[in-house]
Ligand binder design. Structure first.
Ligand code: MSP
Length: 498
């Protein structure tokens, strides 16, 4: 069985989750579920990034002890699994021992390979981004220094620090990108990274001494490790890499937002190369969920709460809408009216199709699969190729995957309209059986394909065909339902919104 390891970013538990976080997790979940029904053994990791000044300050602002604050907010991210119906196989917190041990191990390897040295850092730092910025990366806005890319304010920082010899990895990184053209996707992001690395890499400060909320540097506990070195290593920690139980590293893909591309596509592979460890196979940087023209974020105060939305519309609807609406890799705007229209479209297209077919089956066939004769073959118009969907997922065209399901379903609707299985004047009994049999199998295929995006409704529909959730598999697409099999009529599959 082939293996597939996919990760989401680990989220800062500085405030409860918003739609941006939900989006990363939903996209990763869709891919994880698809890979499972394709037959892979899947490891799907998410979690929380709990160290660093940003979290320490958030805890202070809430008047809480840092660990208790993390425990509390991290739970709201753990709960996202059931709210959004995620199928993650693990949830990592960077305050766990298994993680601290792995980061310490990685530090030791870097030290052993002569990749670290002690010096002094003097430069700009953004606590909100937990990132160092050079003079050319910041600007003055209304008398305040801010990062040009994120807009968050930066402060001057001077302290003793361990440095990682990032500059040594400029050439190896460029070579690696060149030899692995699909490592960074989409293409536009890859170009950004290559131009950043080509413009020259400076050594990276990887420890701090002015606060304590982090993992101590081995044998020098005056220093704690830079939170991004700590955080990125979570992907390795969860595989038990240094305990010889690793089954999944290297990861097949890290799904991240474009805002954290540099960390994943430059620093992370450099740390791994320097420690002589295998590199992940791909980093996919998706776009932002916008509110109006702006990124949805806590600091901008324009966030939609996924928990609220799920309680109004259900997790399937939110999952479907985000994947359909936002081209994977680009920014996308969302709004509630549009969400309701999308779900109504689903009802009009797929919901009606199911309803029409099951009404006839229920009335005239005792809700059993109709019988077809030996020379039955599925109408060319209704054929579907699962390879097309496999390719779309492998190319990370998540929005086109949904488009394709819609196109297929529209085709089936047209076929039913053209052939009128309810009209006994123009159809022989055998003909009607054939039309219903084909349509029923097409519906089965639609819901198998829809499963990674809308697991609840797909599970429900397929159970009416006596296919249980753990039997859902892409191979069923090429298998017709057993004739005369007893089915049951689903009730309303998609709610209508006014
Ligand atoms: N803790 C770091 C990630 C460490 S990974 C080793 C972090 N956390 S975060 O909570 O600020 O954001 C994590 C991710 O949430 C972003 O990279 C992005 O994937 C997602 N999003 C946050 N806001 C977003 C939008 N408005 N739109 C889409 N996704 C964005 O960065």
């Amino acid at each position: 069985m082939s293996k597939f390891y996919i990760t989401t970013p680990i989220y800062y538990p500085s405030a409860k989750p918003h739609m941006g976080h939900a989006y990363s997790s939903i996209a990763a979940d869709m891919i994880a579920r698809f890979k499972r029904i394709e037959g892979c053994k899947v490891s799907f990791l998410t979690g929380t990034d709990e160290h660093g000044l940003k979290i320490q300050k958030a805890a202070e602002a809430n008047g809480k002890d840092t660990q208790s604050f993390c425990d509390e907010i991290s739970k709201t991210f753990v709960n996202l699994t059931s709210t959004l119906n995620l199928s993650n196989t693990d949830f990592i917190r960077t305050t766990e021992d298994r993680h601290k041990n792995t980061v310490t191990e990685l530090w030791n390897l870097l030290e052993k390979n002569d990749q670290l040295y002690l010096s002094k850092y003097a430069g700009w730092y953004s606590v909100s981004d937990e990132a160092y910025y050079s003079e050319t990366e910041i600007e003055d806005i209304e008398g305040k220094k801010v990062s040009k890319t994120s807009g968050s304010s930066v402060e001057w920082m001077e302290e003793e620090s361990f440095f990682f010899k990032l500059s040594e990895w400029e050439k190896p990184l460029l070579e690696f990108y060149n030899n692995n053209p699909n490592f960074i996707q989409p293409e536009s992001r890859r170009n950004e990274v290559i131009s950043f690395v080509s413009s020259g890499l400076k050594d990276l400060s990887v420890s701090r001494t002015t606060f304590k909320w982090g993992i101590p540097v081995p044998n020098n506990s005056k220093h704690i490790m830079y939170v991004w070195l700590d955080a990125l290593t979570n992907y390795l920690s969860a595989t038990n890499y240094f305990n010889n139980h690793n089954e999944f590293w290297p990861a097949d893909v890290h799904i991240i937002g474009k805002d954290i591309l540099r960390f994943h596509a430059v620093y992370w592979p450099a740390f791994l190369m320097a420690a002589n460890l295998p590199l992940p196979k791909k980093v996919f940087g998706h776009g932002w969920i916008l509110s109006g023209e702006e990124k949805m974020s806590k600091s901008k105060g324009n966030i939609l709460d996924p928990v609220d939305l799920v309680s109004k519309f259900g997790s399937d609807a939110i999952r479907y809408y985000l994947i359909k609406e936002v081209i994977f890799g680009l920014d996308g705007k969302i709004n509630i009216d549009n969400l309701m229209n999308s779900i109504n479209d689903l009802g009009n297209n797929i919901g009606n199709l199911s309803n029409r077919i099951f009404t006839i089956l229920d009335k005239y066939y005792g809700c059993k699969v109709p019988e077809v004769n030996n020379n039955y073959s599925v109408n060319e118009r209704l054929k579907i190729n699962k390879k097309d969907f496999i390719n779309l997922i492998n190319n990370y065209e998540l929005h086109n995957y949904i488009k394709n399901i819609h196109a297929y379903s529209s085709k089936i609707n047209k076929y039913v309209n053209d052939n009128e299985p309810w009209n006994r004047k123009i159809n022989s009994e055998q003909n009607i059986n054939n039309i219903l049999f084909s349509t029923l199998n097409a519906l089965k295929n639609i819901f198998i394909l829809l499963y990674p995006v809308m697991p609840l409704v797909s599970k429900k529909f397929l159970e009416h065909l006596s296919i249980s959730e753990n039997e859902i598999n892409l191979n069923l697409i090429d298998k017709n339902l057993i004739q005369k099999k007893q089915l049951s009529k689903p009730d309303i599959l998609f709610k209508k919104y006014e």
